[in-house]
Write a protein of this length. Structure first.
Length: 373
């Protein structure tokens, strides 16, 4: 018999966060979160996303053992302003037992029906800066700190329960040795002179902070035309400043400005923390932070996190300047491989950015949808 229990206390949320640690124990591809940070992200007093989002958290029990989890999420901006009648679900994990999966999704479905929404869709987080999608290809590749990993049976369970693929995402990587770096240096020089652009590089997080508000404003402008996009609020920007900016190596952040010092392009990459997080195993202390600091300074793999370009500068080659700056940093740091995190398969503007790097497609994922009747 499967029992679904709604949870809310910090202790219960800690159990919610820790469930995948047992489900993926000894799995060499799963990357664990930092437990305390994940719990804090679910705290309504700490995460400003709850200004316009609601979330309910559930654990599934079988013989008093935790066998599954799910977060049922309603994003009010999405529903009331964008008129997308979506019931989100995320942070969903379960043992290989269809009845467990059914019980979890039935609860999401029930909440969606109570709120008169049209469909359930997931896995999704609260916003566009959260993890997304169920992995459908690439189970034998190391995950990243900003993607969910899952067992192959997840997709089968979803399909058996009537969910169908919705948003499709691809993940790729390329090696620095395969890139004609001198060509990008020449292109960067031409584009810089043509449009009067220059790069800004950083040595400390303190130098980055004055630009963060403008960066997120550009992020909102860059992606607003995508049907799935939910804008980032001013309070969320403050939250992400504290959560991410001090964590990211500032040398891996590149800004491009025009002659008036207006930001026209930005990109954030980060050293790969995947192996460091595996060693930390969910805890910063006593030694987890040492592994993370070592990765921040010495990782040979970099991960593309965000890129934003003003619409009027898209398809004008300004990314050549960004990549030229990154390549200079990567060469100095000894970075060999670059991972491109999930991108919508139908976002052709993004796909064009990578075409000259001969990217290797190694993972696919998608969200799954079911209409509420």
């Amino acid at each position: 018999m499967i029992h679904i229990r709604e949870i809310s206390t910090k202790g219960e949320l800690k159990k919610f966060v820790k469930f995948p640690f047992s489900l993926y124990k000894n799995n060499k591809y799963w990357v664990p979160p930092i437990i305390s940070e994940e719990v804090d992200s679910f705290d309504k007093a700490k995460n400003p996303v709850f200004e316009h989002a609601e979330a309910r958290f559930f654990l599934a029990f079988k013989n008093e053992q935790i066998v599954g989890r799910v977060a049922a999420i309603i994003n009010r901006v999405e529903i009331e302003e964008q008129k997308i009648s979506k019931m989100r679900f995320g942070w969903i994990d379960f043992i290989d037992d269809l009845e467990v999966t059914k019980a979890l999704l039935d609860k999401v479905y029930e909440i969606g029906k109570e709120n008169k929404l049209e469909f359930i869709e997931g896995p999704l987080g609260f916003s566009n800066l959260d993890k997304v999608g169920v992995l459908t290809e690439g189970y034998d590749s190391l995950s990243t700190m900003i993607t969910w990993y899952n067992h192959p049976y997840y997709v089968s369970h979803f399909e058996q329960l009537g969910l169908v693929p919705c948003q499709q995402f691809v993940e790729t990587y390329f090696y620095l040795k395969d890139v004609d770096i001198e060509k990008y240096e020449r292109y960067a020089d031409i584009v810089s002179k043509r449009y009067g652009l220059r790069a800004i590089n950083f040595k400390s997080a303190k130098e980055v902070l004055p630009y963060v508000d403008e960066m997120f404003a550009l992020f909102n402008t860059s992606y607003e035309k995508l049907s799935t996009f939910v804008p980032i609020s001013s309070r969320q920007i403050e939250y992400y400043k504290k959560k991410f900016i001090s964590f990211i190596n500032p040398e891996y952040i590149k800004f491009i400005v025009d002659t008036d010092d207006k930001l026209v392009t930005f990109s954030i990459t980060m050293p790969s923390f995947a192996k460091a997080l595996q060693k930390a195993n969910g805890k910063l202390f006593p030694t987890g932070f040492i592994h993370l600091l070592n990765a921040k300074k010495n990782a040979k793999t970099s991960v593309f996190f965000l890129i934003g370009i003003l619409p009027e500068y898209q398809r004008k080659g300004v990314t050549a300047i960004v990549f030229d700056e990154f390549f200079k940093t990567y060469k100095k740091k000894g970075v060999e491989k670059l991972i491109i995190t999930p991108e919508l398969e139908n976002n052709k503007d993004i796909q064009l950015i990578w075409k000259n790097f001969n990217p290797i497609y190694y993972k696919k994922r998608c969200t799954m949808r079911k209409y509420i009747v």
